[in-house]
Write a protein that binds this ligand. Structure first.
Ligand code: ADP
Ligand code: MG
Length: 330
């Protein structure tokens, strides 16, 4: 049997079962956006993400400064998804020997800019020779025990919300692949190259206890919804016409897909927050969205597990999606 048959998530499930840890201080191991360890008065949050040249980025599309910021941003997004506060990070680099030193200094300038913006400090890492550029960041953060939001807290009857707009980064990537970095629709290309983690929003949602479960949308709305539903042991319906789409997405989607919602449903790298909340706090969520000036849209509701995940089209037709989003090895 080959890896492609079980895919990335099948593999992670196997690892999770075979390596199950039982440590009294471990609040959350494999299975959420970050691992959570009880330190007594605080909890430690730990997450890691890898970017590989040719898989996650192409040197002809992204300059090293943006690459540094993005490498940090994708890790920060996982801390945002818990409602935590990022603090320190380590970075391990695999680098080819002919890489210009100017590339590395510009990469670190981008990293520094991101670190300053989100108040995190670089505290170490590792460096090795590699055929292609490999970037791995391990980010440490902290949180308060009663405030953290896991994937597993969604309850039947909760509403499902998402921040920002969806599909912009994935459509931006398609435009980049077709037209190159100087392609039109720079706004969408920018969403792919320079994602902005929702740290302040995640903090506000957890601090004001406005959600029961939360995840960041990194692999695509449907696949990340599925992760949240599986961990919570529930199902959901999503109303397709409520999915928030940007003006630029609406303008460009027709050139790339016959299904106007397809990329918004399955495209990755938006790094928006997806969360569930009881219907009675809808108003408080709307007022948070207004005060932070970040759109938050109610896109669905949580159902019993046996109903699975289904999408309601504008004409009322119901369908269960077969393709959910991006998965490595598939
Ligand atoms: P995210 O998209 O939020 O970064 P992933 O889908 O990458 O989350 O990972 C889901 C869970 O699986 C996380 O708890 C992560 O730490 C864990 N995980 C991913 N890859 C591995 C691995 N190779 N070994 C152990 N745990 C892993
Ligand atoms: Mg995540």
């Amino acid at each position: 049997m080959e890896l492609r048959e079980i895919g990335e998530f099948g593999l992670i499930n196997r690892i999770r079962k075979s390596m199950a840890a039982s440590d009294p201080d471990l609040i959350q191991g494999i299975g959420d956006d970050v691992a959570v360890v009880d330190l007594g008065n605080k909890v430690l949050l730990v997450t890691t993400d890898i970017l590989i040249e040719g898989i996650h980025f192409d040197r002809s599309w992204i300059d090293p400064h943006r690459l540094g910021k993005k490498a940090l941003a994708v890790n920060l997004s996982d801390i945002a998804a818990m409602g935590g506060t990022p603090r320190y990070f380590l970075i391990s680099l695999g680098l080819p020997k002919n890489l210009p030193l100017s590339f590395i200094s510009s990469f670190y300038r981008g990293l520094k800019e991101g670190a300053k913006r989100f108040h995190v400090a670089l505290i170490g890492g590792d460096t090795s020779l590699s055929q292609k550029i490999v970037i791995n960041i391990c980010l440490l953060g902290e949180g308060k025990k009663g405030e953290l939001l896991f994937r597993k807290g969604a309850r039947i009857g909760n509403d499902l919300f998402v921040s920002g707009t969806l599909g912009d980064a994935a459509l931006g990537l398609k435009i980049l692949q077709k037209e190159g970095p100087r392609g039109r629709a720079t706004g969408l290309i920018g969403k792919h190259l320079s994602p902005c983690p929702r740290i302040e929003l995640g903090h506000a949602i957890s601090g004001h206890r406005l959600a029961t479960a939360m995840i960041d949308v990194s692999d695509g709305l449907l696949i990340d919804t599925t992760h949240l539903l599986e961990e919570s042991g529930v199902g959901a319906r999503i109303w397709e016409d409520r999915i928030p789409l940007s003006g630029l997405y609406r303008k460009w989607i027709h050139a790339y897909s016959k299904e106007p919602h397809e990329i918004a449903l399955t495209g990755g790298e938006d790094y928006e927050l997806l969360f569930t909340a009881p219907p009675e706090i809808k108003e408080r969520i709307s007022s948070l969205a207004r005060s932070l000036k970040i759109p938050i849209t109610r896109i669905g509701e949580i159902l019993p597990k046996k109903q699975g995940l289904h999408i309601i089209k504008k004409d009322g037709k119901v369908y269960s999606p077969s393709r959910l989003g991006f998965e490595h090895f598939r």
